[in-house]
Design a protein around this ligand. Sequence first.
Ligand SMILES: [Zn+2]
Length: 266
Amino acid sequence: MTTRPEPCNPPSPSLERHVFPGLSRVPGLVHGIFKRHGGVSLPPYAALNVAWDNGDNPRFVHENLSRIEKDLGLDCLAAGRQVHGDRILLVDENALGRAETRGHLVITPPGDALVTRLRGVGLLIKIADCQAVFLVDPVQNVVANVHCGWRGSVQELPAKVVRFLRDRLGCRPEDLLAAVSPSLGPCCAEFRNYRTELPASFAAYQAAPLHFDFWAVTRGQLEEAGVRSDRIEIAQVCTVCESRDYFSYRGEKVTGRNAAVIGWQA
Ligand SMILES: [Zn+2]
């Protein structure tokens, strides 16, 4: 019989996260993309993996999530299965009441964009090369966190979320702040089958033969939806190149997921 290793609960080291200068200036907002250090998962998930459906020990993932929640001073984290679709989920009191919970983790229905105005709730997107796109309305006190891989880019998900915020929650696109996480950079975004996978309009974002700049794609879609260009921050960090700090699906295949979290302090 084999025994699965258990977390040994050493004193948690402080966690490292990428933060955006513009978002850091918003009172009451907490956010960050947590690097892979400071967690308890073992290789190939070492160490701060937050995905519970990729083969890692769920107890490790639970410990990693509670470290992140503590680090940000939030009451709970909300996340669900990400399916590379365009479903947008509003995390309100109603949704929280219906959701399955595991400790402080609130499991949402499957979907790729989470929106909330609740305080103390961190919206969690799990990434390994995909973008997490943060949207913040400091006027209406709304935040959104969007999982956007190339399929999300093709479906123009960031723009759909801007329209959802406008139509459902009364946000003005020109009030929004946006930020794009460390993710697949133009240096490594090789698409050999781009003719069948990407729309012809993406030719404008071709950075080199077979290579595309998905950071620019997201910027273009956000601007098209009315977000001001001086309110869009791009981390400009490629997760394939920076795999010491970030999980990379392209680089490693079986690997963990970094936590991208945004929310309002309780
Ligand atoms: Zn790269």
